[in-house]
Design a protein around this ligand. Structure first.
Ligand code: GLU
Length: 492
């Protein structure tokens, strides 16, 4: 059994963790969850959080990915203490480590051409064998080596993996992990273009940056025995490893775009709040007590421990994220909410003739949106009828509570006529005027107000009717009721 002590830094041990993304794509939820857990661990322990961009895979580099990573971290307020370091600017360090391994007999030069490697791979696939380098160059004679060297071919450097035995390590989350060395390849350390592979650059940097704990995604677990072998070959003390549980979609399949695994900055653009996002991401793998859902970042930092990271996969639930974001939106002061929501309203309505309305008017609408929005991007849709005059809606909605067109027409005509006399256009006066009117018309409040709601907002579900009418104002309400009459006349 794993000793609980293991997941706590030892006395006097200084915690240095890193987030080491590859800019081969935009940062998705899984990447950022890794960053967050590292950051939380560093902040909880009073350690350091280092940012390192692993940009040595030149062919797979994606334009703008590094910026998106930095943007995402800044948005979530995951500040780093050192870096960003770029591996592409540290090639000399990796070269030196590769040379050291060559000198000490732990690595060898491989001259195999891509064509030979490809033919070998195809043959292995045909024989249903796992693709693996056949170690051809590990056994070259001195003479063959000299000839190849003279031929001008630039070799790659491969690690000389032990042919037998086991490589073991303690994972702080998964416990004891054992790999058979025979299953490991003589993997490449340095490519012919002088760039290191992930394995070499990763361990060289974790060592030189004095990383104490490596918290990374589960998918890297199978790389760890290679890393352990490298540490051993170099005589370096390895960091402690903790592989975080996978994040799966609600259907238990790998998280994909379909589930919302889009770039983290898209969540910002859709109007999620950073504090909701960090709360949500924390619970993808960590829990305080299996029941508490809402935790501020300060609380999480205070309680965070590797011990409470689960072993089983976490399930991403978009509904839960939306719900949580709604909670955080409602916790904002009205002023804060208004500031943020206005950005989304601006973006949506700026082209319309009625925009911008007076600021006091926008401010009056805000509480009604704040009550209902689960994301800020929903704000325009939730409030459209406050800002747009030409409401588009299907006329038949006016009869959705089962009224005949004649009685709906009659009800609206009477309302229009009577509201001329309403002096104070506020919630109490509107209620005092409309409730008795329903009775007088012989309609239930549900049916009558349902009709008015559609006429005023173009929808069957909207914020409370009297508040909505009070904000929209007498003139606009009258115009909308008149328009509803026109619409009703087309229904017969
Ligand atoms: N560059 C790797 C990645 O993109 C880092 C893995 C690790 O943390 O070792 O996730």
């Amino acid at each position: 059994m794993l000793d609980a002590q293991l997941s706590r830094p030892e006395k006097g041990e200084s915690v240095r963790v890193r987030f080491a993304p590859s800019p081969t794509g935009y940062p998705h939820l899984g990447n950022i969850r890794t960053a967050l857990f590292n950051w939380l661990f560093a902040r909880h322990c009073g350690g350091k959080f280092v940012l390192r961009i692993e940009d040595t895979d030149v062919a797979r580099r994606v334009e703008g990915a590094t910026e998106a990573i930095l943007d995402g971290l800044r948005w979530l307020r995951l500040d780093w203490d050192e870096g960003p370091y770029f591996q592409s600017q540290r090639l000399g360090i990796y070269r030196e480590v590769a040379d050291q391994l060559l000198e000490n007999g732990y690595a060898y030069l491989c001259y195999c051409s891509p064509r030979r490697l490809e033919a070998m791979r195809q043959e292995q696939v045909r024989r249903k064998q796992p693709p693996k380098y056949d170690r051809h160059c590990r056994h070259l004679t001195q003479k063959a080596k000299a000839e190849l060297e003279a031929s001008g071919i630039t070799p790659v450097v491969r690690f000389q993996t032990p042919l037998e035995g086991q490589t073991e390590f303690q994972d702080l989350i998964r416990g004891e992990i054992v790999f058979e060395n025979a299953t490991l390849d003589d993997f490449v350390l340095l490519k012919s273009d002088g760039y290191p592979t992930y394995h070499l650059a990763n361990i060289a940097d974790d060592h030189s940056m004095e990383i104490s704990h490596v918290l990374r995604a589960d998918e890297w677990l199978s790389s760890t025995p290679r890393h352990m072998l490298l540490y051993r070959a170099l005589g370096w003390q390895p960091p402690k490893f903790a592989h975080l549980p996978m994040i799966l979609g609600p259907d238990k399949s790998k998280l994909s775009k379909r589930h919302g695994a889009v770039s983290i900055t898209e969540y910002r653009d859709q109007g999620y709040l950073p504090e909701a996002m960090t709360n949500f991401l924390t619970l993808l793998g960590w829990s305080l007590d299996d029941k508490t859902e809402l935790l501020s970042l300060e609380e999480i930092v205070r309680h965070f421990s590797l011990k409470r990271i689960g072993k089983t996969a976490a399930i991403f639930n978009k509904d839960k994220l939306e719900w949580m974001n709604g909670v955080y939106l409602r916790r904002l002061s009205l002023k804060e909410f208004a500031e943020q929501a206005t950005i989304f309203l601006e973006r949506h309505f700026s082209a319309s003739a009625e925009w911008p309305p007076p600021p006091e008017y926008v401010y009056q609408v805000m509480p009604l949106i704040q009550e209902r929005a689960r994301t800020l991007a929903q704000a325009p849709q939730l409030s459209e009828f406050f800002f747009i005059d030409e409401l588009e809606y299907d006329s038949s909605l006016l009869l959705s509570r089962g009224m005949s067109s004649t009685s709906a027409t009659q009800a609206i005509k009477v309302t229009l006529d009577r509201l001329k006399a309403v002096g104070n256009w506020d919630v109490a006066s509107l209620e005092g005027f409309l409730r008795p009117l329903a009775a007088e018309l012989g309609l239930s409040a549900r049916v009558f107000f349902g009709l008015l709601r559609v006429a005023i907002t173009g929808r069957t579900a909207a914020p409370p009717l009297f508040e909505t009418m009070a904000i929209i104002g007498k003139k606009r309400c009258s115009e909308r009721l008149t328009r509803a009459l026109d619409k009703l006349s087309t229904l017969d």
